[in-house]
Every structure is written in structure tokens, then in C-alpha cells.
Design a protein around this ligand. Structure first.
Ligand code: GLY
Ligand code: MN
Ligand code: MN
Length: 482
């Protein structure tokens, strides 16, 4: 049985995972009344090698996610075809000139590709046109659809000569995206693996960080663990390693803020990092005091977020509405902030006024899979994006189903402009105990982010990291030195 595996110790991903995904998609397409299964084919174009500006150096390749979902192919510049009636797959690989072998090693034969990826046939990309001439399809389904997180639209597959055939670029997207939402048993094992590797890496980072270390040093410990121990060559997104006031910047770590601050005693750290293995993502956030001991103020905010997270993990299961989970998390957090003296008044009124968005200006979480913000958010036939200001940041609004995999990531941040807006607006400032609120101005923020599989009667958390104040302090008493 062929598989993907990094080295000797990392998880082995069987090629049957991708074959089963193809069968699932073919079966879903056969249900569709506009598709004549026997003469219809899916055509996907894999990710392309991208050079760094005008140089002959390439960005480290990562496969396009839909292509990965169906074919699990490492190489760039490939195409894949799926026959809807039979589920038979044909892979098309680039025909490389002999001298490539000097730079890349021996070129694989078509039979070797066939054995490696367990597709029924393999041809060269330049044979696509003749393949379809022989197959005489009534319809080629290419893929184009708008990603509801990025707003970007994928480009349908193209090859010279495709114009001779009837194509449809829109039918496939909602169907294949929906297939990706419910994870198979084999996918769940990979997701569990990459979450475990990422969790252990986070624990190492907590044990390594201390006042005086820079944020990027924590990032490097994470990257090293995920790669050296877990075989994860990629992360699923740029590591977010905010300390002190930076921990309130939701996607810190970008090019202009490259995790470059030196930490000081008394800082909170918010480290949001997830490895990627064979395309599958983890997305985990740990928030902890850099010196390993929470102050009373840090405990107050941390425990408010933890209570919100615990409430959601207790309630999340098949049949529950995700929007209700977001509301529950917001409610619990506001209650805790009120209990601690930062807020006053009625929590229902706070929710109605949108006060939660001052502290958590993002949704409770998102679907997770081959993409960190995975597909399936706002597909046709699914609940639409809510319009209320405090709910419209949700990345999906669906009823949960067993087999969905998603993040639960409540947070509480003290972001200057949102604090100023809350202080200025009578509808919001009436709930604030200003002195307490102002005490947190440079606090930064706390996020607790878990990766959760929904089951019929509950959920399973794959992020295995210390979560209570006590557990974090205990873990951090064992230090890792550089
Ligand atoms: N790491 C990005 C997010 O949590 O959604
Ligand atoms: Mn996330
Ligand atoms: Mn995250």
C-alpha cells in the first residue's frame, strides 16, 4: 500500500485516503441531476511552481488544497481527472527534459507515479487533449468558486485544446467543498497527528520562553519541534507570537511585525501556531505569562476566556448551531468580566449593544482541514452570514454535524481603537467601569484556541496543551534551556 510519510517516524498517510475522497466526490456528483455520470469528468489543475520574482529560485511548494484532497500529490504542475461514473482517476504529470535529472534526481516513470499515488492511470500533461478526445466527454467539470474567507475566486483548470469540449466551472465547487467539510476516519488520524505534534511543540515553547527571550525565539522552537520531531515541513499559517501589547494584534507576526519584540517580565504571550502535515492543518493558540506565573489581572482575563471555552466544549455536538456557540462564549466572557468588576449592568443588554465585539472582534472559530480557514463556510443552501455587527465576523453559521472539525478560539483583547470607541459610545460606555477597563490598556490579549472534532454526543479536542492557570504554571516550572 502506497503512502506519504516523512522519514521513518512521522505519520504514514495511506493513498487510500485520497482514493476514498475521490469515491466520495464521484458518488456526490452522481446524485446531481445535471450530470450524466458515464460521460462526465472532473478536471483539476494542481498548484504551480512559483518563482521568487524574476529569479530561478522557487517558493517552497505547497499543493493546492482541492488537488491535495483528491490526489495527495507532492509535485507541482500536475492535473488530475476523475471519471464520475466509475471514480477512476487519471493523473497527468509534467514531461520533463532529461537534464532535469541532474538537478532533481532520476525522473520517475509513469508506472512509478502510478504506484506512488495509486491512480488507475498516469499520463503526461501534454496528453490531456488526446485523452479527452478519446474519452469524448459530454461534460468536463472544472473548479471555480469564491472562498468565503479570502473573497478570492479559484481559476478553473485550463490546457491548450480544452475549448473543444463542453465545460462547466460552477457546478463542482459547492459539491466538492461540502465533501471536504465532513472528515473521514483516515483524515481524522492525520489531523489528530498534526494537532499532537503542534501541541507538544507549544509545550516546548512555553518551557523555553522567559523574560528576555524574543518572540521569534519561541517561533523557532515551535518550527524546530514540528519539523524535527513531526516531519512537518510547513506551518499552516505564519506563526503569531505576540508578547505584551502585541498579544492584542490578532494576526501579528506578518512581514511588518516579524515576531521581533524582546519580552519583558510581566508580559502575557499569545502564541498562535499550527503545523501542517501532508496538507492537513493544526491551528492552536496558547496564552501564558512569559515568566511562568500569572498575576491577578492576568488570571482574571485568562479565566474569563477559559470559562467561555469550557462552556463551548461542554455544549458543542451534532445538531447545535454554531452561531449559538458564539453567543454562548460571548455571554460567558461578559459575565466573567462583570464578576471581576470591569463591567456593570445587564449582560443581555451588553450582548444586544454589541459590547462583546470590543473584547473579541472575531468569530468563535472556523472549519479546519486542508486549509486553516477551511472551505464550507457559506456555501449555497447553507445558512447565510449573519448581518448583526457582532455576528458577521463568524466564518460559518452552520448546524454542527458529526465529522466536522473546527477551532474553538474565544479571546479577550485590549485594542486601543476599540477601547477608545467603547469609551466614546454611550451605548457601550454605560457598561464600563472605566478605571478597571483602563487598567488593562496595555495588557495585550488572551486567546485560547483548540482543534475540535464534532461527534454525535459531544466533541473531542485534539489540542492537548495545558489550559488551566495551574496546569500552565506547572508545565512552565520545567524549563528548557537553549
Ligand atoms: N491562526 C489564525 C486563526 O486562528 O484563525
Ligand atoms: Mn483559528
Ligand atoms: Mn489560530
Amino acid at each position: 500500500m502506497a503512502s506519504f510519510r516523512m522519514g521513518l517516524k512521522a505519520h504514514s498517510v495511506p493513498m487510500s485516503l485520497f482514493r476514498n475522497n475521490r469515491q466520495k466526490l464521484a458518488a456526490a456528483l452522481r446524485e446531481h441531476s445535471n450530470i450524466t455520470a458515464n460521460t462526465s469528468y472532473v478536471l483539476l489543475e494542481g498548484g504551480r511552481e512559483v518563482s521568487f520574482n524574476d529569479t530561478d529560485v522557487n517558493y517552497l511548494f505547497r499543493q493546492e488544497s482541492y488537488f491535495q484532497y483528491l490526489f495527495g500529490v507532492k509535485e507541482p504542475d500536475c492535473y488530475g481527472v476523475l471519471h464520475v461514473a466509475s471514480g477512476k482517476a487519471t493523473l497527468f504529470v509534467p514531461r520533463l527534459a532529461e537534464e532535469y535529472a541532474t538537478w532533481m534526481g532520476r525522473l520517475l516513470t509513469l508506472d512509478e507515479f502510478k504506484a506512488m499515488y495509486e491512480t488507475e492511470e498516469v499520463f503526461y500533461v501534454d496528453e490531456l487533449s488526446s485523452f479527452f478526445e478519446k474519452a469524448a466527454p459530454s461534460l468536463i467539470l472544472t473548479l471555480s468558486g469564491t472562498n468565503s474567507d479570502s473573497g478570492l475566486t479559484s481559476k478553473p483548470a485550463h490546457f491548450p485544446g480544452i475549448d473543444k469540449f463542453k465545460t462547466n466551472k460552477d457546478l463542482l465547487h459547492p459539491i466538492i467543498a461540502e465533501c471536504r467539510v465532513i472528515k473521514s476516519a483516515e483524515e481524522i488520524e492525520v489531523l489528530r497527528y498534526v494537532a499532537r505534534v503542534s501541541s507538544n511543540a507549544h509545550i516546548n515553547v512555553m518551557r523555553f520562553m522567559r523574560p528576555g527571550k524574543s518572540e521569534y525565539e519561541g517561533e523557532s522552537v515551535f518550527l524546530h519541534h514540528c519539523y524535527a520531531i513531526g516531519g512537518c515541513r510547513h506551518t499552516s499559517y505564519t506563526c503569531i507570537c505576540g508578547s505584551g501589547v502585541n498579544s492584542a494584534i490578532l494576526h501579528y507576526g506578518h512581514a511588518a511585525a516579524p515576531n521581533d519584540r524582546g519580552t519583558v517580565d510581566g508580559d502575557m504571550c499569545l502564541f498562535d501556531m499550527g503545523a501542517n502535515y501532508c496538507g492537513f492543518a493544526a491551528d492552536i493558540t496558547c496564552s501564558f505569562p512569559v515568566n511562568g506565573k500569572f498575576t491577578e489581572d492576568q488570571k482574571f482575563i485568562y479565566n474569563a476566556v477559559l470559562a467561555a471555552r469550557d462552556a463551548v466544549l461542554n455544549e458543542a455536538r451534532e445538531g447545535v448551531c454554531w452561531v449559538d456557540m458564539h453567543k454562548l462564549a460571548n455571554r460567558v466572557m461578559l459575565e466573567k468580566l462583570k464578576e471581576g468588576g470591569m463591567l456593570k449592568g445587564n449582560v443581555d443588554d451588553m450582548l444586544a449593544a454589541g459590547l462583546a465585539g470590543t473584547f473579541q472582534p472575531h468569530g468563535l472559530g472556523h472549519l479546519l482541514g486542508l486549509d486553516v480557514h477551511d472551505v464550507g463556510g457559506y456555501l449555497e443552501g447553507q445558512p447565510k452570514r449573519p448581518t448583526e455587527p457582532w455576528l458577521k465576523c463568524l466564518r460559518f453559521a452552520r448546524i454542527l454535524k458529526a465529522g466536522m472539525y473546527l477551532t474553538v478560539e474565544p479571546g479577550c483583547y485590549f485594542i486601543d481603537w476599540l477601547m477608545d470607541r467603547a469609551l466614546a459610545e454611550p451605548e457601550l460606555n454605560k457598561f464600563l467601569n472605566v478605571e478597571v477597563f483602563e487598567r488593562f490598556r496595555n495588557f495585550g490579549g488572551v486567546r485560547i484556541e483548540d482543534d475540535v472534532l464534532i461527534t454525535k454526543d459531544g466533541c473531542e479536542n485534539f489540542a492537548i496543551v495545558p489550559r488551566t492557570v495551574q496546569d500552565i504554571e506547572n508545565v512552565m516550572t520545567t524549563r528548557i534551556d537553549d
